[in-house]
Every structure is written in structure tokens, then in C-alpha cells.
Design a protein around this ligand. Structure first.
Ligand SMILES: [Zn+2]
Length: 296
């Protein structure tokens, strides 16, 4: 089993053709590794942009690429075909799925494809390294942070360039390689893979939604801690839901606010107490710090 770790550089821009923003790919970079994780091949290719003729300042700063340099790049189709030849038959890997997402949107734009045709198996190395490092936080692990944690010297490798970042990713994998563990992170690139990849989280705003079951939502009194009673029905309010609550012990009244975010395989519900102030000079509602979340 061979692996191909790849990385893309792209320029975020607006396309009139699809009336939407797109990350236009401007560089492919990849390294091929054998089962002992020895580098057996390298791939690098600049792509001439056609959607936007202007590079965003962040791209210029990060990559130090210029528009003139990119004019010497190849058309996307040509670069993609060469990359395909390089990577076909291997397990593909990237640092987070953002690169897969961008590649897919470029394939959709240029070739009306909804899949990456030669990619059969895939590993998200950001997730793998995060877990293998024993990190518990939910924050995305930056590639340079991982390299630093692993004591990898990256000084001589060009950062934020496709081939350089692929190399750094390969060095991280080498430090954390465990054959059986890695195999358990291999995803088969079939329909569920693309369903999850293309799913966009959204906030649930309608009481009729299948995700807006508020029957088990409760609030404890922010003053005395007692379980509060809902005085009226839930209403749709400011991209979420609100209902009046009163404490049976101390009579404290407040609005319970709930927002719901639907993600691919879970629903995230956040609660907040909105306190009312009846003093003359204060405005209507002051949100309290008492926010918490519960998973469904
Ligand atoms: Zn109370």
C-alpha cells in the first residue's frame, strides 16, 4: 500500500459563472510514500488561475506567489490529470479535509464532477495526528503546531507552499506512524464520505423542523438553582427559540433562549438565560453568562 500526501494552495475569489465564492486552486503539491514511509516520489505544479486575475493579499503574503509566476502555470485540467497519474492507486491523505473540499469544488467548476474519480481511500491526517498526540481539545490542530509538538525542524522547508506542507505532513506522519492505528483511519470514498464532506452545518430556526424538539429542554433558576416552570409556548425568535420561565421558589422571571445547530451527525443545542431588568435607565434585556450546551 502506497500513500500520497497532498496539499493545495488556492486563491479565494468570487465566480460570476456560479454566482458563488470558490477557492481556485493555484498549486498542487504531493509526496508519495511506500509502506515504510520512505519518500518515493514528489509532485509539484503551479496552476494558471482563470476565475480571478487578482491574488488576495493573504495568498500573496502566505505563499509569496505572484500573479506573473502563476501565468507560467498549467491549465487546471492539465495539472489535475498529471496529479491523477501520480496519485492513482494510492491511499490519499491531506492535513484536514479542507483540501479535499477545495479540490472537489474545482472539479465541479471545471469538469462538472461530483467526486474525485481516482480517490478510493482517504485519511485525514489532521484528525489522525490530533488523536495520536493524545490531544483532547476540539480546536483544529495546525500543521506547524503539530510539527513543533513533535520536535520536527521545518526551517529549511518552504511553508504554506503545496510541496513544503506535504513534506511537513509526511514528517508528522512518520513520527506518529502506527500501522494498525493508521489503517483504522482509512475512509472509503463512497457516497457517505461525500455526503459528510459536502454537508454544511445550519442553524435550526423553525419549530416545525425535525431537529427542533424542545420538549426536554429545561432551565434552572439563575438566582436559586431551582428547576423553573415554562409559562408559555416556545416561539421562533432571532434565529432560535425563546420562552418565558418563572422560578417556583423565588419567583424570578426570565426568558429561556435556545439555539440549535444541526451538524452532519449530531445536533448541538445551546441554552441561555436572558435576564430582564426593570430599572428605568437600563435597556430591556441583558444576556447573562449562564450559557451552556447539550448534545443530542
Ligand atoms: Zn429561584
Amino acid at each position: 500500500m502506497d500513500f500520497v500526501i497532498f496539499d493545495l494552495e488556492w486563491n479565494g475569489c468570487f465566480s460570476k459563472k456560479i454566482n458563488s465564492y470558490i477557492n481556485e486552486i493555484i498549486e498542487f503539491g504531493a509526496v508519495k510514500l511506500n509502506e515504510s514511509l520512505e519518500i518515493t516520489g514528489k509532485f509539484n505544479c503551479l496552476v494558471r488561475p482563470v476565475i480571478s486575475t487578482r491574488l488576495s493579499s493573504s495568498v500573496k503574503t502566505l505563499t509569496s506567489l505572484t500573479y506573473e509566476e502563476l501565468q507560467r502555470g498549467v491549465p487546471f485540467d492539465y495539472g489535475f490529470n498529471k496529479f491523477k497519474k501520480f496519485a492513482a492507486g494510492c491511499v490519499l491523505m491531506t492535513w484536514s479535509k479542507t483540501d479535499i473540499d477545495s479540490l472537489l469544488s474545482n472539479l465541479r467548476f471545471h469538469r462538472r464532477l461530483n467526486i474525485i474519480p481516482f480517490m478510493k481511500q482517504y485519511v485525514d491526517l489532521q484528525r489522525y495526528c490530533h488523536d495520536m498526540l493524545g490531544l483532547s481539545g476540539k480546536n483544529a490542530l495546525g500543521l506547524q503546531t503539530a510539527a513543533d509538538l513533535l520536535g520536527i525542524d521545518t526551517e529549511d522547508i518552504p511553508h504554506h507552499r503545496a510541496l513544503g506542507d506535504s513534506m511537513i505532513t509526511a514528517l508528522c506522519l512518520r513520527r506518529l506512524y502506527h500501522k494498525a492505528a493508521l489503517e483504522s483511519y482509512i475512509e472509503n470514498c463512497e457516497k457517505p464520505f461525500y455526503d459528510e464532506l459536502t454537508f454544511r452545518a445550519f442553524s435550526v430556526e423553525s419549530l416545525d423542523s425535525e431537529y427542533s424538539d424542545l420538549s426536554s429542554v429545561f432551565f434552572n433558576c439563575p438566582e436559586c438553582g431551582a428547576r423553573c416552570r415554562r409559562k408559555n409556548k416556545w416561539k421562533e425568535k432571532f434565529k432560535g427559540f425563546g420562552a418565558p420561565f418563572v422560578c417556583p421558589v423565588c419567583d424570578f422571571s426570565f426568558t429561556g433562549r435556545v439555539t440549535i445547530k444541526r451538524k452532519y451527525n449530531n445536533t448541538l443545542l445551546s441554552k441561555k438565560v436572558i435576564r430582564y431588568s426593570f430599572h428605568q435607565n437600563e435597556s430591556s434585556a441583558v444576556p447573562s453568562d449562564a450559557a451552556d450546551t447539550q448534545h443530542h
